[in-house]
Design a protein around this ligand. Structure first.
Ligand code: HEC
Ligand SMILES: [Cu+2]
Length: 328
């Protein structure tokens, strides 16, 4: 169990950028200091208990003394010094991490929490995506974090501490990734039944790969190629999917209740969870989204899931999945 936590992809003890690494160092410094205090105080206590406990044959109470003015003042001074030793590096780091280093040209990303999924916008490149996004390594990323419904919390443990996503408010956070890789993120504020499944992924890549991704994401969605996918597109446009989902370049597909699906086929995971975005999982999702994530808005409000009259057939699900997979 404990080892699972250490090896987890959300292990903040394994930082991958300067913010997370400073925060870890500060935490461990405080922890080690406290362990030291615990050992010294506990040691004195243990020593006293063993040395002064009643021995066989002791009949009378020992001398009951108090008032060690010098000792008491001494302990107060030591405590005050210890508080300062912990407070000074904390305050220093707060100021250091308040903003990215001067002149570092941070990338702006807007993060919006929704009932069980995350929306990400990169205004500089006019990109809107969901549950998964790429960042360039070695460059600070500044996040403006907010929410459209309740309070969520944006947290990527291996890259830096978290910040609340509060409706009607922009909260601020920055971090930087120094190593390429996938970093798992998590909503860290209880927000409902599928809160634990409100996950997302940050993919840190080199500049070249980042720019290629940005270019692809900014472009309109691909047109379907196979017959199955072409039929899927027709269904997508006529089966009310577009009331909630946007697909760049399609008139009418501008829904904002659900994730932007313009390049859904290139996403690694499904609905931000730990589930791979495979054909089978996608078909299962379209058949019954609530079985993956209870109380998600697609299952709660999508007419095809609440009224048998609009239910999708097996054949329709296959076509829709084929189409979505081609939205690369
Ligand atoms: C009532 C609004 C609504 C309707 C209608 C709707 N969806 Fe969704 N959809 C959502 C929401 C909200 C989510 C995100 C769920 C979550 O992760 O909590 C979602 C998620 C998805 C995802 C996963 C996206 C990702 O980023 O992994 C796919 C794929 C999808 N919907 C396809 C469809 C298709 C196809 C239809 C039409 C048959 C459809 N949806 C109809 C709201 C809707
Ligand atoms: Cu949440």
């Amino acid at each position: 169990m404990f080892l699972d936590f250490i090896l987890s992809p959300q292990n903040w003890l394994d930082p991958a950028g300067p913010v997370a690494s400073d925060q870890k160092d500060l935490f461990l410094f405080t922890l080690y200091l406290c362990i030291g205090i615990f050992v010294i105080v506990g040691g004195f206590m243990l020593y006293s208990i063993l040395k002064f406990k009643a021995k066989p044959g002791d009949e009378e109470l020992p001398d009951q003394s108090h008032d060690g003015t010098q000792l008491e003042i001494g302990l107060m001074v030591v405590s005050a010094i210890l508080v300062a030793v912990i407070a000074v590096p904390n305050v220093k780091l707060l100021y250091k991490l308040a903003e990215p280093p001067r002149g570092s040209n941070p990338l702006q990303v807007n993060v919006i929490g929704h009932q069980y999924w995350w929306e990400f916008e990169i205004p500089e490149y006019q990109i809107a995506t969901a549950n998964e996004f790429k960042i360039p390594i070695g460059r600070p990323i500044e996040f403006n974090v907010s929410s459209v419904d309740v309070i969520h919390s944006f947290w990527v443990p291996r890259l830096g501490g978290k910040v609340d996503a509060v409706p009607g408010r922009d909260n601020y956070l920055w971090f930087q990734a120094d190593q390429e890789g996938w970093y798992s993120g998590q909503c860290a504020e209880l927000c409902g039944s599928s809160h634990a499944k409100m996950k997302f992924e940050v993919h840190a890549v080199n500049d070249e790969e980042f720019l290629a991704w940005v270019e692809k994401e900014a472009a309109p969605a691909e047109q379907p190629i196979t017959e199955l996918a072409k039929e899927g597109k027709e269904l997508f446009l006529t089966k009310m999917c577009v009331t909630c989902h946007a697909v760049k370049g399609y008139d009418g597909a501008i829904g904002i209740t659900g994730p932007n699906l313009s390049h859904f086929g290139s996403r690694r995971k499904l609905a931000g969870m730990w589930v791979e975005n495979t054909k089978d999982n996608l078909e299962d999702w379209l058949g019954d989204p609530a079985s993956f994530k209870p109380d998600n808005i697609m299952a709660l409000q999508g007419p095809m899931y609440i009224d048998d009259k609009f239910a999708l057939t097996r054949d329709e699900i296959e076509k829709l999945a084929a189409y979505l997979k081609e939205l690369y």
